[in-house]
Design a protein around this ligand. Structure first.
Ligand SMILES: CC(=O)[C@@H](O)[C@H](O)COP(=O)(O)O
Ligand SMILES: NCC(=O)COP(=O)(O)O
Length: 237
């Protein structure tokens, strides 16, 4: 079964635009779970452009499905995650001012650093996932860090699929096959959408979780949030 974890960063973007509490992030997260969403993902960035650190603390009490916090494991992020104790932490090598996530980890160069951070989270009962490109050497390096899962960075797949090139799935299939052989759990995310999710799901063996935000929230503007969540769930069956 592939779980749908809804990334609510863009709900926070809209809320912050006017400085108040509309839309109410906690209510939206509650409703997404009631609509059938199987997880909530947030990516608190150092500049708190959307998700604030206090949001992460507040969400802990209302996320009764799977709670996934993503980010670059710098000190205040590590402290926040240890305080919140989510189901999962996803480590992403984002530059501080990055407009969005744009690459996976070099798991070979960063092996000792990642191993140390991963052990800290695992000692606190938090499942770990690391954001990687579909490159076999990076998958092998991920295994050596001790992480339970990887998250395949799907921007390249989504870009090629949008251009009509279905062959863009091939590196992801090979990466997933290797991850399965190595006993790594497989998550995926970034630029997944109603248009490409079913093809991705059908081709990736052992896909445990997709985290989807930007496209899902944009689609909900036309189709409604309850309807869109269930459209994704149907495509993930
Ligand atoms: C790691 C990943 O792909 C998502 O967390 C993405 O970075 C969303 O972040 P933004 O919503 O800030 O673009
Ligand atoms: N890890 C990917 C994520 O949480 C959402 O990415 P996107 O759907 O906003 O591109």
């Amino acid at each position: 079964m592939t779980k749908l974890s809804v990334n609510i960063n863009k709900i926070a973007t809209l809320r912050n635009a006017r400085g108040g509490n509309v839309p109410d992030l906690l209510k939206v997260a509650t409703d997404i779970q009631n609509f059938g969403g199987q997880g909530i993902t947030i990516h608190p960035r150092p500049d708190e452009r959307h998700i604030r650190y206090q949001d992460a603390r507040d969400l802990k009490a209302i996320v009764h499905t799977e709670y996934n916090i993503e980010g670059n494991p710098q000190h205040n992020f590590i402290d926040l995650v240890l305080e919140c104790k989510p189901t999962q932490v996803t480590l992403v090598p984002d530059a501080i001012g990055a407009i969005t996530s744009s690459a996976g980890w070099d798991t070979i160069k960063n092996q000792s650093y990642l191993s140390e951070v991963i052990q800290e989270f695992q000692r606190n009962g938090i499942r770990t996932s690391i954001f990687v490109d579909p490159v076999l050497e990076m998958i092998e390096g991920a295994k050596k860090t001790g992480t339970e899962r990887i998250e395949l960075y799907t921007e390249a797949f989504a870009h090629e699929y949008h251009l009509g090139n279905k062959n863009g799935i091939e590196p992801y299939v090979k990466a997933a096959e290797l991850a399965n052989e190595l006993g790594l759990g497989i998550n995926a995310g970034h630029d997944l959408s109603l248009d490409n999710i079913q093809f991705f799901k059908q081709n990736i063996p052992g896909l445990l979780e997709v985290s989807i935000g930007h496209a899902l929230i944009a689609e909900a503007l036309y189709l409604g949030l309850d309807n869109v969540v269930n459209m994704y769930l149907n495509k993930l069956k």
